[in-house]
Design a protein around this ligand. Sequence first.
Ligand code: ADP
Length: 388
Amino acid sequence: MTSIILEARDLRYQYPRGMEAIRGISFHVRRGEKVALVGPNGAGKSTLLFMFNGMLRPDSGMLLFDNRPLAYDRDSLRELRRRVGFVFQNPDRQIIAPTVWQDVAYGPVNLGLPDDRVRAAVEAALGAVGLAGFDRRPPHQLSSGEKKRVALAGVLAMDPDLLVLDEPTNALDPAGSEDIMELLDELREKGKTVFISTHDVELAYPWADRVILLRGGEILREDSPEVAFGDAGLVRKARLSVPLLLDLHRELERRGLSLAGRRPRTVLELVQAVEQATRKAGVRPPCGTIHVCDVDMTGREALAGWLSSHDGISIGAMGTRAKQRAATEGLPLDFSSGVIDKCILKALNGRSSLILTVGGMVAQVERRVALFREESGADIGVRRLGEA
Ligand code: ADP
């Protein structure tokens, strides 16, 4: 069992002259988890999140970070805020300096780090959010998505253990939202714990390891997304909606289709369940191949040469570095989120695809496809670029 990083014990909070916004909340978050706090407007999500780094202090109850109760003196809060990075819903509330560089450097400079460590921290953080080269830009000229990334970079520059994001995709377009959620996945892969709040069920459902449904300052349910959102009555009570995939799954079962396995979290899982339930033995078209390219190991000419002999192939990019490379080389991306699943779906239709990515993610693609091959019996090949 992994250790607990954050624990809430019977928290209560009432705003001055307001009603009680948090009414006896207890939960815990494990290291490396992705947790979504889901509830309608006014449920108390922001209020609860503000307690995680001591911006609000509960009237009663207790928060523990790394098994130690929060203390509210200046030094303790300073240390807590280094380890618990908070990204506000509105980046304008967070971004204060006249240039991106100064803004991201604010935290490390305040920690009293020497210049070279500040520089290294800022460069790493800007690289991680895909904003390398934005150093001198004034933040107010950036798009909403870019501002969100600057705010996140400012938090990452402190190398926190826990990232807390209040409505991370608020005011972003669909592509911007997907980028941010994928970025959070990358950060989790690097060992961060990620806690978000949202009212967007479709966003939380495929993403979270665990969801906490909140309404009226109380927890209605804390469970895996497919269980928590699978209770239609509860979801209605929370003034939310059942995720589309779960709804469809339930409708198909009601119509007598016996769908084996757990409730689907992705389109691929639903397609697989439907195929298994309806397939006649032995009839399956030949599958396509998924090619994987480590962009750090493949030169511009080699990639262009390969693509010229695979005209019209669908291309996906996983991770900020791969997406940047696609942008610099003008490669049109067919997929920029949920890339592996979408390429598997292509392959099931007999079409091949190319995934651009870096380092350890190449092996991640191979593992994911191998697992699918084992579960489904579909003979999908994976080839690294450069392999025969
Ligand atoms: P959410 O983030 O889920 O939309 P909030 O935490 O912002 O919910 O708000 C929870 C409740 O607390 C709401 O009823 C809201 O009106 C109230 N509230 C929020 N901020 C304040 C404040 N500064 N003063 C008084 N009441 C507040």
